[in-house]
Design a protein around this ligand. Structure first.
Ligand code: ATP
Ligand code: MG
Length: 248
């Protein structure tokens, strides 16, 4: 079992969106996948799938009132999802230190932990529950500087980085280039996911982009990323090859 925490220093860079889509893609690749919303105060993962709010959540599990199995929602794809409470008030008696023992009891191929932004106590708990982290950033200076902070914390906690993903490439002008980001962070970029206007639509429709528009450039980038995470060679489809040719 591989437990991957999806982290960023700066908020809103795409952790939850990438977690939802990587979960779907890894499931389609035949893996037994569990995705867990560990953003206990501002949770959003369930919204990507339209999961009803009045369910057993990770908050109940961390409080010792329910088991992780009871909190699991099975998506039609076969992927299992554990949501966090939508209410900020539902934090009484919830302690993130129990995440690691709870997650370790799971029987899955891949567990994706969608972390809160920043480096507070809850994030530490998520990091400690994982075997390594996938760091997400957008191509702007504040977000990239926070990647450096992420790497410092991973070093201190002796948790490996599985890779750096740049999300929302092409959203605006004056973005940091690939080599600038690699220079600042000292990390090699694993994949760049383009900015895709359809992301808002996918939230409204409650269908992740990789199911809604599997051939979009963003879905293809996410598919390449899923292959890299699994160490499987990615073969360009005929459709992609033709599209790349026509763009030349
Ligand atoms: N590649 C993309 N193209 C366009 N919009 C995107 C992309 N990735 C994410 N978004 C949008 O950016 C917003 C923030 O994404 P998301 O919630 O995944 O970020 P986050 O890092 O999980 O945020 P938080 O730190 O609050 O947990 C959402 O509206 C999402 O639809
Ligand atoms: Mg999030």
């Amino acid at each position: 079992m591989k437990v991957i925490s999806v982290i960023s220093g700066k908020g809103g860079v795409g952790k939850t969106t990438l977690t939802a889509n990587l979960g779907i893609l890894l499931t389609k690749m035949g893996k037994d996948v569990v995705v867990i919303d560990c953003n206990l105060t501002t949770s959003h993962l369930g919204m990507h799938f339209g999961i009803p709010a009045e369910r057993v959540t990770l908050n109940d599990v961390l409080r010792g009132d329910s088991t992780l199995e009871e909190a699991m929602y099975e998506h039609p794809s076969g992927m299992k999802i554990v949501t966090a409470s939508l209410s900020h008030r539902n934090m009484k008696g919830v302690d993130i230190v129990f995440l690691r023992p709870i997650v370790r009891k799971l029987d899955a191929d891949v567990v994706l932990l969608d972390a809160p932004p920043g480096f507070e106590r809850n994030t530490h708990g998520v990091l400690m529950a994982s075997d390594g982290s996938l760091i997400i950033t957008t191509p702007d200076l504040p977000s990239v500087i926070d990647v450096v902070r992420c790497t410092e914390i991973l070093d201190d906690l002796k948790i490996p980085s599985f890779g750096l993903v740049v999300n929302m490439r092409g959203r605006g002008k004056d973005e940091l280039t690939r080599s600038e980001i690699e220079g600042i962070t000292g990390l090699e970029i694993m994949e760049e996911v383009p900015f895709d206007r359809s992301m808002q639509q996918t939230l409204r429709k409650r269908i992740p982009i990789t199911l809604y528009k599997p051939n979009s450039l963003s879905s293809r980038a996410l598919l390449r990323l899923a292959h890299k995470i699994e160490g499987i060679e990615y073969k360009t489809s005929l459709f992609e090859a033709l599209r790349n040719l026509l763009r030349l």
